[in-house]
Design a binder for this molecule. Structure first.
Ligand code: THG
Length: 367
C-alpha cells in the first residue's frame, strides 16, 4: 500500500515523538488519530508482548467526558448495561446502542464521580451522538473531549514496570478498577485494563505536557525488564477474542450478535435509548453471532475486507479478522456466523483473497 499523507486532520498524539524515536513501522487511523500497528514485525511484537512488557500509545482511545448533575442519567441512556451498581473507581466495558439496538461503539466507561464520567471510545464519532442526546433532551451536563491520552503498559512484567514508576500500590489495583497515583506532582488515573489478554494497566494521562516525561520515565525504569514500545497486536487480540469496532461489528449488529449479551441488562437498564428495540430482538434471539474460527493452511494475508463464509454454495457469514498464530501454528480468526452453522466443529469454506480455505467453528477463543 502507498503511504498516508500527514495533515492536521490526521491527529498526532502527545507521545508521537517517542513512538517515532522507537522506530514505528506502520500506523492505522483511529478516531482521526495515529495508532501504531507495527514496531519490529507483528510476529516479533507478539512474542515480545507475551514474554516481557510494552508501553503503548493508545491516545486514540479518546475520552468523551460527561460532567454535571445529569451525567449518570445520560450514561444510562447510552447503554443497555445496568450502571446502577457501578461505584466511582470502576471501569465497565459497555455496548453503546442506537434506537434500533445497533452498536455505535464498545467503549470502557470510567466512573470518576457520580457527576463525572469518561467514555473511552473505540473508533466511531461517539462525541456527536452523545452531544446530540444531551442537547436534544436538554440535559444538565457538559459533554466534551478533554486533553486525556491513555498510555497502556501491557505484558507479564507490567506490574513490575508500573510499580517502579507509580509505587507498589498499583499491584493492588483490581481488574477494571482504577486508583489515583502521582507522577511528577500530577495525579493520574491508573486502571488495570488494556486491549490485550497479557494483563497490565492503562494510565489516563491528563495534559499533553506530561506525556513525554511519563513515556521517558517508563523506558528508563524498565531498561532491565526489556521494555519496548508496542501497540495493540493483531494476532494477540484475535487469539484473545477482543473485538474491534468497525472490523468485527458495525451499527448493523446488536450486542447479542457480537457476543456482548453478558454486558447487557436490557430488562433493568431503564432509560437506555435502544432498550425497546433490544427487548424486541432479544425475544427471538440473535440469528448470527461472533465466533472464533480456525482457517486451515498457510498463513493468510491481513483481512482488510469481509471474507465470505460458505456452506456449499450458501453464504452463511463472514470472517472479519484473521492472522497466523505462531503459538497455535494455525490461522486464528473472528467471524460472524449464521445460527444454522455456528455450532462448534462446523466445517465451512472461507473465500480469502488467495482462494477458498477450509475453516472450522471453534468452541471459544484461545485464552
Ligand atoms: N481500553 C480503553 N479504551 C478503549 C479500549 C481499551 N477504547 C477502545 C477499545 N479498547 C474499546 N474496545 C474494547 C474491547 C475490549 C475490551 C475493552 C475495550 C476489554 N475486554 C475484556 C474482555 O473482553 O475480555 C474485558 C471485559 C470485561 O470483562 O469487563 O478489555 O482497551 N481504556
Amino acid at each position: 500500500m502507498a503511504l498516508i499523507s500527514p495533515s492536521r486532520r490526521l491527529r498526532r498524539t502527545p507521545f508521537s515523538e517517542g513512538v517515532e524515536a522507537a522506530g514505528v513501522k506502520a500506523y492505522t487511523v483511529y478516531n482521526r488519530m495515529l495508532l501504531p500497528t507495527v514496531f519490529e514485525s507483528v510476529e516479533a511484537d507478539y512474542r515480545h508482548l507475551k514474554d516481557h512488557v510494552q508501553v503503548w500509545d493508545v491516545s486514540v482511545e479518546r475520552q468523551v467526558e460527561l460532567r454535571g448533575p445529569d451525567a449518570a442519567r445520560l450514561m444510562q441512556m447510552l447503554t443497555p448495561r445496568d450502571l446502577r451498581g457501578m461505584l466511582p473507581g470502576r471501569c465497565f466495558y459497555i455496548p453503546i446502542v442506537d434506537e434500533t439496538g445497533g452498536m455505535l461503539n464498545d467503549p470502557v466507561a470510567v466512573k470518576l464521580a457520580e457527576d463525572r464520567w469518561w467514555i473511552s471510545i473505540a473508533d466511531s464519532d461517539l462525541l456527536l451522538w452523545v452531544k446530540g442526546i444531551a442537547n436534544g433532551y436538554r440535559l444538565d451536563v457538559l459533554v466534551d473531549e478533554p486533553d486525556v491520552s491513555p498510555l497502556a503498559i501491557q505484558g507479564p512484567k507490567a506490574d513490575d514496570l508500573a510499580a517502579r514508576v507509580f509505587g507498589d500500590g498499583v499491584r493492588d489495583i483490581k481488574f477494571f478498577r482504577f486508583g489515583l497515583f502521582e507522577f511528577e506532582g500530577r495525579e493520574m488515573v491508573v486502571a488495570r485494563s488494556g486491549y490485550s489478554k497479557q494483563g497490565g494497566f492503562e494510565v489516563y494521562v491528563e495534559g499533553a505536557d506530561i506525556a513525554m516525561p511519563l513515556w521517558d520515565a517508563l523506558f528508563r525504569a524498565g531498561a532491565d525488564l526489556n521494555v519496548r514500545a508496542g501497540c495493540p497486536n493483531a494476532i494477540e487480540r484475535i487469539e484473545g477474542g477482543l473485538l474491534s469496532y468497525g472490523n468485527d461489528m458495525t451499527d448493523d449488529n446488536t450486542p447479542h450478535e457480537c457476543g456482548l449479551g453478558r454486558f447487557c441488562d436490557t430488562q433493568t437498564a431503564i432509560g437506555c435509548i435502544g432498550r425497546d428495540a433490544l427487548l424486541r430482538v432479544a425475544k427471538e434471539g440473535p440469528v448470527q453471532q461472533v465466533r472464533a474460527l480456525v482457517i486451515e493452511g498457510d498463513p493468510v494475508p491481513g483481512c482488510d475486507r469481509a471474507w465470505p463464509l460458505f456452506a456449499g454454495d450458501t453464504r452463511v457469514g463472514q470472517v472479519t479478522s484473521a492472522a497466523w498464530s505462531p503459538d497455535h501454528q494455525t490461522n486464528v480468526a473472528i467471524g460472524m456466523v449464521r445460527m444454522t452453522h455456528w455450532e462448534t466443529g462446523t466445517q465451512l469454506k472461507v473465500a480469502t483473497p488467495e482462494g477458498l480455505r477450509d475453516t472450522t467453528v471453534q468452541a471459544g477463543f484461545w485464552i
